[in-house]
Design a protein around this ligand. Structure first.
Ligand SMILES: [Ca+2]
Length: 126
């Protein structure tokens, strides 16, 4: 093999492995919208939107702040509200930490910002 053939083969192998990752991950991503109610922001105690240890659907009124039921427990969150949602570390929408556009999600807050994991206390829909 020439060097360029080796590079081509390595790139092809990398693309194949990436394709495998996407195929494996797509069913989990597709399952979220159906389980999270429309017009709601959905919080999950576990990562990857798993419901084993608890979950809640927060159906908000646009512009109003809502304290979540599972205080300081969310690890993953899916925004199915059809509008932008802001997440807050404190009750009554104090200390905003993250904004999710419609359809956006966080699979594991501990990966993005460990100090937010198990800290969300309130949300506001725009
Ligand atoms: Ca909190």
């Amino acid at each position: 093999m020439t060097i360029s053939q080796r590079v081509t083969a390595a790139v092809a192998a990398l693309l194949l492995s990436l394709a495998g990752i996407f195929v494996i991950s797509s069913p989990a991503a597709a399952a979220v919208p159906g389980s999270c109610a429309n017009n709601s922001v959905c919080g999950f105690v576990d990562q990857q939107f798993q419901t084993t240890h608890g979950y809640e659907w927060v159906a908000g009124t646009p512009g109003s702040c809502q304290n979540v039921g599972l205080n300081d427990s969310w690890t993953s969150v899916y925004n199915n509200a059809g509008r932008t949602v802001r997440l807050y570390r404190d009750a009554n929408c104090g200390n905003g930490v993250w904004t999710l556009t419609s359809g956006d999600s966080l699979r594991n807050m501990g990966l993005y910002q460990p100090s937010w994991n198990d800290k969300i206390s309130s949300v506001r829909m725009s």
